[in-house]
Design a protein around this ligand. Structure first.
Ligand SMILES: [Zn+2]
Length: 196
């Protein structure tokens, strides 16, 4: 596939970001969101490379915490002949304790925009491939969605504050489903081209 877009992929949060971790599971394991996000990004970028699609890892750093303003600045200043699209990958939490909240949601800054159309493509592929509850596409004033000068979305791939979903988010098989679902959404967007 010849790609029309440069997919700028943001692995939300750093190792030093406060919180952003699950409670301990009974077996002592814990999900650290920065690690999950980076693992999905690396699985997805490997799949995209096989497909001949263009991606850019916005935050290669693992240590520390690259601020949201630096992330946005890097994306806005990137030079490319392709059209830029911004994809931020996360897992969700409903607080610091275990709770029942679960499922997948995708955010954009404003409805009635290219970002909303992009968000819908991702949300439907994620729900279909991963099979978790569809929480829908939502608007949010998240910094990386508000200040990026390109269509931008943020996927929330399950809740690590839910013990069952947390166990799945730690497993390589489920991580592959989540990466595959993103790849399918990317393929669908590439096929729609500039008209998505
Ligand atoms: Zn997050």
């Amino acid at each position: 596939m010849i790609g029309k877009f440069l997919w700028i992929i943001d692995n939300g949060h750093g190792k030093a970001t406060p919180g952003k971790r699950s409670p301990l599971l009974d077996d002592g394991r814990q999900l650290l969101e920065y690690e999950f996000n980076r693992d999905i990004v690396s699985r997805l970028m490997a799949l995209m490379e096989t497909d001949g699609l263009s991606s850019h890892n916005l935050v290669p750093e693992v240590e520390g915490d690259i601020s949201l303003s630096v992330r946005v600045d890097r994306a806005n200043k990137m030079q490319t002949p392709l059209q830029k699209l911004y994809l931020s990958i996360h897992a969700n939490a409903a607080g610091d304790e275990w709770s029942n909240a679960n499922g997948i949601e995708t955010f954009c800054f404003r409805f009635a925009s290219r970002s909303e159309r992009l968000a819908k493509i991702f949300q439907s592929n994620l729900v279909t491939t991963v099979g978790w509850r569809d929480r829908g596409v939502k608007e949010a004033d998240f910094y990386v969605l508000k200040y990026t000068k390109m269509p931008a979305i943020l996927t929330e791939n399950g809740f690590y504050s839910n013990p069952d979903q947390c166990g799945k988010l730690l497993s390589p098989e489920w991580r592959d489903y989540i990466a595959q679902a993103h790849l399918q959404a990317i393929r669908e967007t590439e096929e729609a081209g500039y008209n998505f």
